[in-house]
Write a protein that binds this ligand. Structure first.
Ligand code: BES
Ligand code: ZN
Length: 636
């Protein structure tokens, strides 16, 4: 907007022709505002501010029956409120507290998005009460059989609302640019524990009834529920972990540094504003590494490595308490506003707690992944832009290394150019200024220019060379709206990884694996080692590595994953039982996808993949099996 006004002014300065040309370019590349194309809700007319949920869980039929009461402000005197739903059965809808039923209709089904629920209201209506049931196919819900848990005796349910799946278990305005508070009452089978992305109990309710209050506002993709046989263990006075009794002690040991990470984050980015921070360790079918549900991060048990080596994932989900949960992308097109900031902050937190060498290794691993992604996607691919155009597509398509790592490197580039102190001050101010609000690419750039370049860029006096140079140097628009990787991307050097590369070279040159210098190597050294081995290894070389370093037997999921990719590539059959076990025992999409894809490259591999998948698929989360179905061309 600012740019436009400014052009208007300048037009009178008789630079007409030239300026029309420039303005034309600017409006093509830089969108004015972003409409959320992934919601049906009439969010500009009616703004939902609070939800009251009342839900009963039926594990036998895999159904939640509930009431969602939505309070709203009707800004335009609208006579309808439109909500997002997907696979919900709507029984009836009443208005306010009187119990008077009102008319409603479900619109046409759209892929990924579900159906709009249009409810008749009057301009005076303040609340709708929707009585509904979920479907056993609800994509946000995974109902686990007892065998899929560590304890093996009780069923388990967990939700995954991001990106647009909240609407499969709660009718709502499912748009990241809108925020609500909520209260909930949830009835679960007696004896089970229940927690939400809200204020939680630390003890079980004997009657299976739980009440939750969420006092801070959140977008609906952070709405979460987990129910099962699990307990709580405190890690500090404001941090704790929930896990099945069988793994609770291991989990508490693994995550013991969380308070230290929290302090590091608070020192840089300001106070943690959500009260409690807990970690919920889910059963292994959880399709992600972690999910930053407000006040209650969900994590995969595959990060419990026994040596605290995979904690950057905790730092990542914790960092979302600022980037994403506090300052939230306005639409899915600006997914990097959540994940890029978070990925940058993750490495900063890890540096504070574990030192520079450690952080350099993380940056280096990130960088390699980014380069590989851009190469694979093609550097002119529009999806290599930070600001995406996801119209007509599943917002999950934005979940690539671009949002995460290109986003992180963009911020690292800013840090390098401004100096750490100045950039940290800027970020602190950013979080304070936009807490509990939303952010777009455009608003970020204009805020950055306003604070750091002193004035909106076009209004910088021509004699202020320093500021103009900085604008040129940073290439802000190229980073956000351009494809590929700008040439001012920071170069990463890791002394530790240089040592790893030396060892690879000397092994390739004939040194025995047992004579390699690998003392004090951490998980990250090994990952770098495995990811930089030649693609052509003989069977003897695979045997030598395995006999020396016991990769097939490792308890570390990341190392195992990297090793198994080599095993498939080089038909190292000694590792196939471990491969099968890994594919059958956990459902993390990040591990499953590369392994199944690699198997699918050869006819024998494909056959093996299909056989394992037949058995494994029923245990996977819809988010995982929908992706793998495509890779294996799976027909039900
Ligand atoms: N918010 C994401 C998970 C997500 C993104 C779910 C988009 C659905 C749609 C979470 O914070 C995340 O990024 N998880 C990563 C781990 C991280 C260390 C890169 C994951 O699960 O792989
Ligand atoms: Zn994330």
């Amino acid at each position: 907007m600012k740019i436009r006004n400014h052009y208007t002014k300048l037009m009178f300065a008789s630079l007409l022709v030239c300026l029309i040309f420039i303005a034309g370019c600017a409006s093509e590349d830089v969108p004015d505002h972003d409409v959320d194309v992934h919601t049906f809700a009439n969010v500009d007319d009616v703004v939902v501010t609070h939800m009251d949920l009342d839900m009963a869980l039926n594990f036998d039929d895999q159904i939640i029956s509930g009431r969602a009461s939505l309070q709203f402000n009707n800004l335009t005197g609208s006579e309808e409120i439109v909500l997002d739903t997907r696979d919900l059965t709507i029984e009836r809808v009443t208005l306010d507290d009187g119990g008077e039923e009102t008319e409603f209709s479900l619109g046409e089904f759209v892929d990924y998005l579900g159906q709009p629920l249009t409810i008749s209201i009057t301009p005076e209506t303040e609340k709708v009460n929707v009585y509904y049931e979920t479907s056993p196919e609800a994509a946000a819900l995974q109902w686990l059989e007892p065998e899929q848990t560590a304890g093996g005796e009780h069923p388990f349910l967990f939700t995954q609302s991001q990106a647009v799946l909240a609407r499969t278990w709660v009718p709502c305005q499912d748009a990241p640019g809108r925020r609500i508070t909520y209260n909930a009452r949830v009835e679960v089978p007696e004896g089970l524990m229940a927690v939400m992305s809200a204020e939680n109990q630390q003890e079980r309710s004997p009657d299976g009834v739980y009440e939750f209050t969420m006092p801070q506002t959140i977008p609906t993709y952070l709405l979460a529920l987990s129910v099962g046989d699990f307990d709580y263990s405190p890690l500090s006075d404001r941090i704790g972990v929930y896990a099945e009794p069988e793994i609770l002690e291991d989990a508490a040991w693994e995550f013991a540094d969380t308070e230290e990470m929290m302090k590091a984050a608070e020192n840089m980015y300001g106070a943690y504003r959500w009260g409690q921070y807990d970690i919920m360790v889910l059963p292994p079918s959880f399709p992600f590494g972690g999910m930053e549900n407000a006040r209650l991060t969900f994590v995969t048990p595959t990060i419990i490595a026994g040596d605290r080596s995979l904690l950057s994932l905790i730092a990542h989900e914790l960092a979302h308490s600022w980037a994403g949960n506090l300052v939230t992308m306005a639409t899915w097109n600006d997914f990097w506003i959540n994940e890029g900031f978070t990925s940058y902050m993750t490495n900063r937190i890890m540096e504070e707690v574990y030192g520079r060498d450690y952080a350099e290794m993380l940056w280096h691993l990130d960088y390699q992944e980014l380069i590989a992604t851009i190469e694979e996607m093609g550097e002119d691919n529009p999806d290599t832009r930070l600001h995406l155009d996801l119209k007509g597509r599943d917002p999950d398509d934005g979940m690539t290394a671009i949002a995460y790592i290109k986003g992180a490197f963009f911020l690292k580039m800013l840090e390098n150019n401004l100096g750490r102190e100045r950039f940290d001050d800027f970020l602190l101010q950013y979080f304070n200024s936009f807490a509990f609000q939303t952010m777009t690419s455009e608003a970020f750039l204009s805020y950055f220019r306003g604070i750091v370049l002193e004035d909106p860029v076009r209004e910088v006096p021509a004699d202020d060379m320093e500021e103009i140079d900085l604008e040129e140097q940073l290439k802000l628009d190229e980073w956000v709206y351009g494809t590929g990787l700008p040439d001012n991307c920071p170069v990463i050097h890791s002394d530790e990884f240089a040592k790893v590369e030396d060892q690879i070279d000397s092994w390739i040159a004939g040194t025995d694996a047992s004579d390699m210098e690998v003392e004090n190597w951490t998980t990250h050294h090994w990952l770098h080692f495995l990811m930089n081995l030649s693609e052509e290894l003989s069977h003897e070389q695979m045997v030598e590595l395995d006999n020396t370093f016991n990769f097939t037997e490792t308890e570390n999921s990341e190392i195992l994953n990297a090793w198994l990719l080599h095993a498939i590539e080089h038909r190292y059959e000694e590792a196939y039982p471990a491969l099968e076990e890994f594919l059958l025992s956990q459902g993390r999409r990040k591990f499953l996808m590369p392994l199944y894809s690699k198997l699918a490259e050869t006819p024998e591999g494909m056959e093996m993949a299909q056989e394992i998948y037949r058995e494994a698929r029923p245990t996977y989360h819809p988010i995982s099996y929908q992706s793998i179905d495509e890779v294996l061309d799976w027909q039900n």
